[in-house]
Design a protein around this ligand. Sequence first.
Ligand code: S3P
Length: 180
Amino acid sequence: MSRRSEGDNIVLIGFMGAGKSTVARELEPLGGFSLIDLDTVIVQHGGRSIPEIFASEGEERFRDFETSALRSLIGVQRMVIATGGGVIGREENWQIMHRLGTVVYLRASWPTLRRRLAGSQGRPLADSGQDLRLVEALWRHRLPFYERADISIDTDALNATDVAKAILYQFDQRQRNQHA
Ligand code: S3P
């Protein structure tokens, strides 16, 4: 895809358990990026944990916080931004993400995600008490949204370091093409 973005950041998207935060931590030293975790920004802005926000104000309000947190990042440079799995649901978020930089999808199969999410806590939509069939249905519903990313990486057979290296390779190529 040849769309040019304003920012030189990497925006990681993918379902819960795809490894966004882990890969972001690998990208930091490998690519000379600083790390921003969008959920952490939401918690800092809101002064409450994600489960607390969901419980007291509901998902729609959480999504408002998520969009504001994303918007507050406009202007940052050379950051790797690990988003939450549901950021892809709002069109407005896509506009902001494209302004921020290159959107990278960490693709993982359902068996991989299910394994990584086993015993998950602090995720209102995928905590261990959740019906796994509902979590799978949510993943399936979101798949076409994730596929809108500029770069997609199949992560099932790779460790986090190799995912980070694959991202950097494609990111650098894309940057070179944009500036050619
Ligand atoms: C969510 C994913 C979470 C967090 C919130 C909602 C989602 O982030 O933003 O619990 O809707 O997929 P992670 O993808 O980092 O778990």
